[in-house]
Design a protein around this ligand. Structure first.
Ligand SMILES: [Zn+2]
Ligand SMILES: [Zn+2]
Length: 290
């Protein structure tokens, strides 16, 4: 039986040459991630502690010592790097850069525990300087670190969701891991608008007419962009106050956490439209925490 994610990726690669590289990278990472040993220990929090933290507007995983088996996650990072080394075209810089990162981890030069802590906390600066010191590609270090944390983040998301059920969280960053929402889905027959986190897979309700970044809810300064042909199933929501944008897709049933990065890639044309019109995807530091 063919794997739906791998076939979606190869379809993408065929249909849009500009997506070939990104699709090849995810095509190499996803099978490794699926087989990953989790390296995540269950969080020792009670449902009441989780609800209390959420009610104070703090993502559940913020400011806690992550119960992470650093060695297992480090092993996963090495496997992911190796998979990129093997899969990428020989003419690319990518296999060489991935190989250099793998050697830095295996040789103990790259402090993986610190790298993972900065990655989980969304701190880009220290990661860039760690990469710079070792002459590694910072964007690739971040990509590998983020992906090697995903199985643990997803396991914690499952644990927390089973514990608390639906939670009330009217913000644009993830209630579990604090990453900015990757996209929104109109789900099911009633087309409920839900935000999705591409890091841990979280799925939460968010006001239909409100900017996920600055909280602006004035309809006069919120708008939509549609791809040519005006497909109603996808659109970009934009905010004139902070110039941020959010991609919205229709999903009859919620996409699996694994599928979210693939859908994010598949809608890259929407990113182009938004960027062309002067909007951008903001990061955590630009989110209003009111
Ligand atoms: Zn998350
Ligand atoms: Zn805004």
């Amino acid at each position: 039986m063919s794997d739906p994610i791998v076939s979606r990726l190869s379809e993408l690669g065929k249909g849009a040459p500009e997506l070939c590289d990104a699709a090849a990278i995810y095509g190499a990472l996803i099978p490794v991630l699926r087989e990953a040993e989790l390296g995540a220990l269950p969080l020792s929090m009670t449902p009441d502690e989780v609800r209390l933290k959420i009610s104070h507007g703090r993502p559940v995983l913020a400011d806690i010592e992550l119960a992470l088996d650093t060695q297992a996650v480090s092993g996963l990072l090495v496997k992911l790097a190796l998979s990129l080394e093997k899969s990428a075209r020989k003419s690319d810089r990518l296999p060489v850069e991935a190989g250099r990162i793998r050697l830095a981890v295996e040789g103990g030069l790259l402090d993986v525990a610190a790298l993972l802590a900065h990655t989980a906390a969304g701190e880009r600066g220290p990661i860039d300087s760690m990469a710079h010191d070792l002459k590694l590609d910072p964007a690739l270090v971040l990509l590998l670190a983020r992906n090697s944390l995903k199985p643990a983040l997803r396991a914690w998301h499952r644990q927390l969701t089973a514990m608390t059920g639906e939670i009330s969280w009217d913000r644009g960053d993830c209630p579990i891991c604090g990453a900015v929402a990757t996209l929104a889905e109109f789900q099911g027959n009633n087309q409920a608008r839900r935000l999705r986190c591409g890091q841990c897979g979280a799925d939460w309700q968010f006001s239909r007419m409100k900017c996920i970044y600055c909280g602006n809810d004035d309809h006069r300064t919120l708008g939509f962009l549609y791809p040519e042909g005006r497909h109603n199933s996808v659109r970009v929501e934009v905010c004139e106050v902070c110039h941020g944008y959010l991609k919205v897709i229709t999903a009859f049933s919620p996409n699996s956490p694994e599928m979210l990065p693939v859908e994010d890639l598949a809608t890259l044309h929407l990113d182009y439209i938004a960027l062309e019109h002067g909007y951008s995807r903001h990061n955590n530091s630009q989110i209003c925490r009111k």
